[in-house]
Design a protein around this ligand. Sequence first.
Ligand code: NAD
Length: 349
Amino acid sequence: MDTYKIAVIPGDGIGKEVVPAAIEVLDEVAKLDGSFQFQWTYFPWGCDYYLEHGEMMPDNGLEVLKQYDQIFLGAVGMPELVPDHISLWGLLIKIRRGMKQSINVRPAKLLQGLESPLKNPHDFDITVVRENSEGEYSDSGGRIHSGNDEIAIQNAIFTRKSTERAMRYAFELAQDSRKHVTSATKSNGLTYSMPFWDEVFNAVKTDYPEIDTSVTHIDALAAFFVMKPQAFDIIVASNLFGDILTDLGGAIMGSIGIAPAANLNIEREYPSMFEPVHGSAPDIAGKGIANPIGQIWTGKMMLDFLGHSEAGTRVLNAIEKVLASGVKTRDLGGSSSLEEVKAAIIQSL
Ligand SMILES: NC(=O)c1ccc[n+]([C@@H]2O[C@H](COP(=O)([O-])OP(=O)(O)OC[C@H]3O[C@@H](n4cnc5c(N)ncnc54)[C@H](O)[C@@H]3O)[C@@H](O)[C@H]2O)c1
């Protein structure tokens, strides 16, 4: 039997509620499958840890995490007590960068039993591949002068290597999907980075003649997510564009509370990190009403990455069955608690 050592970082807010729920579901599917098991090790890193120790994780945190097969994370952020740039850069982004998790994958799919806020959602099934290591989220820039003359500069950094890596990953995914890749660009507004992005895309696509492609400006793409989401298969986007687009993806699915995500080290040299799209949701934390499906679906992505896609499909089927039966948290228009949704998914498994 395969045993996977997983580092668990529930983080803050609803992360502390949805992570244990998802772990129960994953343990159940492992038990039913019988060919693998999980060994979970919890780390109390996050904003509470920061308030006590002055850092989001210990100095040797990355070294510790390297000893695990994968990382399962909830959410980070307590904006009223710790500024977001400290909490996100001190933990989440530190891990993404330190473990070279250069690809962020975020599916958006209309699940059975869910009502999309779109009037005519059709049957959309989109995967956004987001470049996860640089781009607009580069720690490069500065501020000079204070007062009325103050200047803030934020540099966006695009390297050929990382841009190409994200695009190739998108093309590889498209091989097993509906064979279409859309590139999210904005070369009509950003005069250096995005023409470069387009150039790399045009070069990479020649290696995949069997895949259809299109290039769409990010603003139009956002509108198309609302007007005709069924038109997309795989989308490749820069760090910022992918980030924004996938919140929209969560919204058209019915709630950001169900949207899953994976930060992948595709070279498999370091652990990858699986965390839902949503944040720590301080407005509903501690009330037992958070939707655990984003975290559970994220667990399904971890199963897929570990090579247990049959178990992964089982989890997604169980989620869809439960939603179709009407057991839903409030963000989806239901009245069930987190515990009730989790129990129903385990029962359905
Ligand atoms: N990956 C991460 O750790 C991550 C991602 C986004 C935001 N954040 C952080 O989280 C904090 C809150 O950010 P925010 O409010 O902008 O985004 P958020 O995703 O936490 O919440 C946005 C809205 O969605 C709702 N929501 C989110 N997840 C839900 C769930 N599972 N079930 C039901 N409702 C859910 C919340 O109640 C809220 O109304 C901030 O500190 C932010 O920086 C962290």
